[in-house]
Ligand binder design. Structure first.
Ligand code: PXL
Length: 258
């Protein structure tokens, strides 16, 4: 049977991040992709000029429609915009029979807010307890943990604190570390696994977080165990950054076809 993955995320018309990045990544992993839109951005590799968040009702109806007909083997959330959309997704997630990866997207690559303050609180209180995996970067981990997350030691501590918010597994992404790109995975068993990659010097990292979480989601949809799923997605994202096509005059996209 064809594996299926679902993304519930925002649109990036420049194609590097958001649901466009997720769909390209699903395809690259041999998984049929479905996409529910939460918000629409007007943006390019330089800036986000406008954001319009859809009504929670419309988000709910999209999810209900696809799940009733082509249920995915795994799903992920990206930008959710505001509290109402977070709550709509959380309510439906209660009945999900497949793993949910929550990428806590707070800011766009260029720094615009993709989830307001009330939305972040709702995400922590309502969505995280329903998440199989949470994938914060250092900045998001800092907000969720309540202390500065800036090196391997604080990543390990933050993973424990964030796990207490409810997600069964936590992956803190260290792509913004000054030394190496180390990611810390805290499994529900209590085991910590670390994934290393050399730090790449490039400005073309637009959509890295989305694409990494999408790769993990695709592997989970295929039935791959979490540790192996993260390892495969990490190798993909490292190659995709390394072979970025160099498009745009700002923070350019990755090569999703590696
Ligand atoms: O990479 C985070 C992200 C998620 N979703 C949308 C985005 C971005 C980053 O720019 O635009 C729609």
């Amino acid at each position: 049977v064809t594996p299926v993955a679902l993304t519930i995320a925002g649109s990036d018309p420049s194609g590097g991040a958001g649901l466009q990045a997720d769909l390209k990544t699903f395809h690259r992993f041999g998984v049929y992709g479905e996409a529910v839109v939460t918000l629409i951005t007007a943006q390019n590799t330089q800036t986000v000029s406008r954001i319009e968040i859809l009504s929670p009702d419309l988000v709910r109806d999209q999810i209900a429609a696809v799940i009733a007909d082509i249920p995915p083997g795994a799903a992920k959330t990206g930008a959710l915009g505001n509290r109402a959309v977070v709550e709509a997704v959380a309510e439906l997630a209660d009945d999900f029979t497949f793993p949910l990866v929550v990428d806590p997207v707070f800011l766009s690559t260029s720094g615009s807010s993709l989830l307001d303050e009330a939305g972040r609180t709702a995400l922590a209180e309502k969505l995280l307890p329903r998440a199989y995996l949470l994938t914060p970067n250092l900045e998001e981990a800092t907000i969720l943990a309540g202390f500065e997350v800036e090196d391997l030691a604080s990543m390990r501590r933050a993973a424990e604190v964030i796990a207490s918010l409810g997600p069964r597994n936590v992956l803190i992404k260290g792509g913004h570390l000054k030394t190496e790109a180390v990611d810390v995975l805290l499994l529900q068993s209590g085991k910590i696994v670390e994934f290393y990659a050399a730090r790449l010097t490039t400005r073309h990292t637009h959509g890295t977080g989305c694409s990494y979480a999408a790769g993990i989601t695709a592997e989970l949809a295929k039935g791959t165990q979490l540790e192996e799923a993260v390892g495969r997605a990490k190798r993909f994202i490292t190659q995709a950054i390394r072979q970025a096509p160099g498009l745009g005059s700002g923070t350019g996209p990755l090569n999703h076809a590696v």
